[in-house]
Write a protein that binds this ligand. Structure first.
Ligand code: FAD
Length: 628
């Protein structure tokens, strides 16, 4: 029996990585928010690898933090190991990666949700959306509770018609044997939403007591751990290492001998898996000439003996998994606590979304996370905060927020999804971002804090600190432009110490810092110091000066891109009426309904010739309108 269970401004379905960011953003923007999820003990649960960050993903976590999101602060309170990757390379590829204490991450995030003003947290299974005259007006749970709201955000992850696969065993389930979400998928299809079947997999977990670590290589954290959040001032120094070992010929033999037993290789029609998180079966088949594959042993937390066997994701039968695990050096006597498995689930075809993550066909309904065809905690959280911001903006009558490809990896992610769509679980990579030199770990705050502050997601105190940092960076750059460094013995000694060419004539400190052998502290050692200049200010000054030329070039490219982004396409455009467009282009333009010529130019199948025709058509339309 359906009963009226109350009215909210925004309802979030799911408290995974997308759901928590969506709910917190909406509540913090002042709208009355309800968050419904299947199991309140599994909030922000990590069903797969116990880590957050890495290339591109680590930068996204910084971007979420700069916008006022929660993931960065929570992982900084719950990591067991922190490492800055690619420190030997340029700033554009440096990224933090943390090993998470999974149970502590859940505990910390649940506390934040429970103490958030304007946010109501409830356990419940949503079976149906309330849609009236094509507009989403709320949800109905399996217990008959009808909640009404102006906006609804679906963030149901890998639960939608979830099916676990392990050898020839298959059963309906969400991750970790949680209940699957069956009716909501059917309801979406009834509402005309196109779904696509994807899959992902996870490796076994083994008992740490049964691992012989002497046969593995230790992978420690950084001596001086950094934080993802700009607000983090205290760091967890007591870190736990990971361990590296490898598969071998025998492992590969076992897998080859049993390939047909793998749910993914049994020939049955299955969902599409992630190219960049392949199962061990995929790796053996695709890279059959490789004699060994890396296997990382990652503790799942401080107070658990469970170890995640990264690199052995599989859907082979449990009996075979034992053989595979015990073939790996260090795991000869390992006991599997949880077998690996694959999971198939429904996702929404993301070209059905506006860049605000609202569904084109059902106004008031937004979706975020794995349900939009992505894979990864960070990708989910990024969509969550944007969906939360835009659902709240809709309720408050404010302008939507759409980040472009030069502002954030979040902008790249969402634009790729809604403009190009995806045929497999989409994972963020640095190579996807054409302006990656501008989208760095170190400058996420400079790119996004103003936006978070204007939305009310960044506190006054934090904004003041951010403003101060910006000022200090500009002041120091100005100072270095004025300081002339003379070829004194002290300067020549510093240059010699850095294997840099001796100075023949005075040079501005600003220009000398551009030399690759030198960094801010080498320059600082021969000029008057600024007392207590914060490390992150020095880092920013160094990067902005050293990469000035590249950054300038990238900004010029951005300007050209933004010109095309500013060429808006009229909402009522009729692509059928435009003669000369290629058939495929016409179909794709009608499907994606791009907001700008720039977005149209990124649709696969829309060629430069089509863009020229479109530009002329829009220009004529504009002139005709002016004439009337
Ligand atoms: C087996 C497995 C392996 C994975 N492997 C990888 C990998 O190798 N690499 C990688 O990057 N990512 C991997 N992932 C993906 C990763 O888990 C997800 O990317 C991430 O958790 C997605 O976050 P989300 O918020 O979209 O969804 P989830 O974290 O799945 O959260 C969904 C939430 O929705 C709730 N919910 C679902 N249906 C309903 C309903 N009807 N009513 C109310 N609440 C509902 C659930 O309770 C849950 O809280 C894997 C996931 C799984 C399950």
């Amino acid at each position: 029996m359906v009963y009226d269970a109350g009215r909210y401004d925004t309802i979030v379905i799911g408290a995974g990585h997308a759901g928590v960011e969506a709910g917190l953003a909406a509540a913090r923007m002042g709208v009355k928010t309800l968050m419904l999820s299947l199991n309140l003990d599994m909030i922000a649960f990590m069903p797969c690898n116990p880590s957050i960050g890495g290339p591109a993903k680590g930068i996204v976590v910084r971007e979420i933090d700069a916008l006022g999101g929660e993931m960065a602060k929570t992982i900084d309170k719950s990591y067991i190991q922190m490492r800055m990757l690619n420190t030997g390379k340029g700033p554009a590829v440096q990224a933090l990666r943390a090993q998470a204490d999974k149970p502590v991450y859940i505990k910390e995030m649940k506390q934040v949700l429970e103490n958030q003003e304007n946010l109501t947290l409830r356990q419940g299974m949503v079976d149906e959306l309330i849609v009236e005259n094509g507009v989403c007006k709320g949800v109905i749970t399996e217990t008959g509770a009808a909640y009404r709201a102006e906006t609804v955000i679906i963030t149901t992850g890998t639960f939608m018609r979830g099916k676990v696969l392990m050898g020839d065993l298959e059963y309906e389930s969400g991750p970790n044997n949680q209940r699957p979400s069956l009716k909501l998928s059917e309801n979406l299809e009834k509402l005309g939403i196109e779904l696509i079947r994807f899959k992902t997999g996870t490796p076994p977990r083994v008992n740490s007591h049964t691992i012989d670590y002497s046969k593995t290589e230790i992978q420690p954290g950084d001596d001086k751990p950094q934080g993802f959040s700009y607000e983090t001032k205290e760091f967890i120094m007591d870190q736990i290492p990971c361990w590296l070992t490898y598969t071998n010929e025998f492992t590969h033999q076992v897998i080859n001998d049993n390939l047909g037993l793998s749910a993914m290789y049994s020939g049955a029609k299955r969902g599409t898996g992630p190219r960049y998180c392949p199962s061990i079966e995929d790796k053996i088949v695709r890279f059959h000439d490789k004699p060994r594959h890396q296997v990382f042993l990652e503790p799942e937390g401080r107070d658990t003996e469970e170890v995640y066997v990264q690199g052995l994701s599989t859907s082979l039968p449990e009996s075979v998994q034992h053989e595979i695990v015990r073939s790996v050096p260090g795991l000869e006597n390992a006991e599997i606590m949880r077998p690996g498995y694959a999971i198939e689930y429904d996702s929404i075809v993301p070209t059905q979304l506006w860049p605000t993550l609202e569904l084109k066909e059902i106004p008031g309904l937004f979706s975020a996370g794995q349900i939009n065809g992505t894979s990864g905690y960070e990708e989910a959280a990024a969509q969550g905060i944007m969906a939360g911001i835009n659902a709240a903006a809709k309720v408050l009558g404010k302008d939507p927020v759409i980040l472009d490809r030069s502002q954030a990896y979040i902008g790249v992610l969402i634009d790729d999804l809604v403009t190009k769509g995806t045929k497999e679980p989409y994972r963020l990579l640095t190579s996807r971002a054409e302006y990656r030199l501008l989208l760095r770990h170190d400058n996420a705050d400079l790119r996004l804090t103003d936006i978070g502050y204007q939305l009310g997601l960044i506190s006054e105190e934090r904004y003041q600190a951010f403003d101060m940092k910006k000022q200090l960076v500009e002041d120091e750059k100005k100072r270095l432009r004025k300081i002339s460094i003379k070829p004194t013995p002290e300067v020549q000694r510093m240059l010699e110490g850095a294997n840099a060419t001796p100075l023949k004539e005075p040079m501005k400190a600003y220009d000398l810092l551009k030399r690759p052998e030198l960094n801010y502290s080498s320059i600082e050692s021969v000029i008057e110091k600024v007392e207590n200049l914060p490390t992150d200010v020095k880092e920013q000054v160094e990067i902005q000066i050293k990469y000035e030329g590249y950054i300038k070039k990238a900004n010029e490219q951005v300007e050209r891109m933004l010109k095309m982004e500013d060429k808006k396409i009229p909402e009522d455009i009729d692509y059928e009426a435009i003669s000369g467009l290629a058939t495929e282009a016409r179909q794709k333009l009608k499907l994606v309904q791009p907001l700008s010529v720039g977005q149209a130019s990124r649709i696969s199948g829309v060629n430069p010739a089509d863009i020229s025709i479109l530009l002329v058509y829009i220009e004529h339309g504009r002139i005709a309108k002016l004439a009337n």
